[in-house]
Design a protein around this ligand. Sequence first.
Ligand code: 16G
Ligand code: ZN
Length: 528
Amino acid sequence: MPFEEVTQKSAHHPKPVGLVLQYGTAGFRTCAKKLDHIMFRMGLLATLRSKKTKATIGVMVTASHNPEEDNGVKLVDPMGEMVTPAWEGYATELANAEQEGLLPTLKDLIEREAIDMAQEANVFVGKDTRCSSESLSKAVMDGVCALGGHYNGLVTTPQLHYLVCCQNTQGRYGEATIKGYYQKLSQAFIQLTKNVPNRTDDQKTLLVDGANGIGALKVSEMETYLKKELQLSLFNDGSSGKLNHLCGADFVKVQQRAPKGVEISAGERCCSYDGDADRIVYYYTDSASRFHLLDGDKIATLISTYLKDLLTQAGLDLQIAVVQTAYANGSSTRYLEDVMKVIVRCTKTGVKHLHHAAQEFDIGIYFEANGHGTVLFSKLAEEKIQQLARDSNANDERKRAAFTLHNTINLINQTVGDAMSDMLLIEAVLAIRGMTVQQWDAIYTDLPNRQLKVKVADRRVIDTTDAERRTVRPEGLQEAIDLLVKKYRRARSFVRPSGTEDVVRVYAEADTQVGLRGGEHNLPCGET
Ligand code: 16G
Ligand code: ZN
């Protein structure tokens, strides 16, 4: 690496003295004004990671569902997955080195990882639609450019993960272009739905809240590829509203109400993306104007029911599991374990934890309640499905199921949760099973639940265990929670420090709204 160039360029991206930031659950995320030096340094780090892995690395500039004024950055590893914990540590070290300490930190890292600096590097840089993303992604490119980067411009987070994975698998996962992404997904969707008899216009129509973000832009690009098999009414398309303001998946999930700017009639199927289109939630209003949310847990249930039935029809013995977090509604866990009899695992919050756990099964379905999730198929599962689809001795029903499974795999973005891919999958499943959104909603009834956030002096005093479901510190806190929870039926509550904001999050659920509001510990409705 031309170190003089690093020194020279880093002078254009100076670090504010004393500013300390941490590579958190989803990378660095804070007020955009504080991020210029971080972006430059992540450009450097991605280049080193690329040299180390001898593969293309991704850098995404986004702050997802955060307000427009914020921004963030995260690194994407060769197979489209999140970067490893060791490299998250390097990211933090590099980000916090004072100006004069940057070069020594960089050199130290190169030595520790024994990086061959003569190795070629390749980095894909993507950004969302925030005003600050333009200049911040240029700062990333500044860090990368001395060593051969590639600028992909505006993409959703999952599109960047997809591109990185395709690039590193020589096209086996798909063509490493945005067009290739649209073609792969839309062809799979059309294959899955083409034989569904009598699909009405109602069934083909979906309302989409694009959160005034990148997802709005990209879903309208994709629509032409869908050949009217799915017709989208797009709201909050970014033409006038503000990103994530009173709209988007996070707003809808936490507030449990419809976003601003969407005209919904009773019974109509709607969905909301978040600001970088890696989360999706569905909802509808009934004839009494009551709002019904179908969150990540409902999505996981719908998909696992569908896949389990297909495996039965195909006569394939593959292990299926659902991975959730502590935020999963108790009713969903109960339904999955007791009625569907699938394995359920609980992990800490954050995609990397769920993704990792899902990789342990033939078919691992993971969803956070907030709508981030996808399905992972093991190599063995994909091979067995392919084999059956080709097997001339198998009967028609088994083969049909294998073809459907094959197209379902092509429809899914296995690198990360993807609002557009998840939307197409849900739409295909509803069409194939002839289900309305109300029937889907009726699979089980959510326990009433509330989330709130509390500002404390130092959130790090709270230490959790058991996938964040219990606290071990401060002393006495868990006992106090236990005492309260014991008073109500099917009740559950936990507290955990947020990984993305300087707050502590509190979650509670119980069998009735009254139970949830009981005692003097009221949790205000919709408070976050
Ligand atoms: C990030 C995570 C998301 C998690 C959320 C929790 C990724 C890509 N995103 O957005 O999975 O649910 O943080 O935030 O990992 P919290 O720690 O503030 O509750
Ligand atoms: Zn997001």
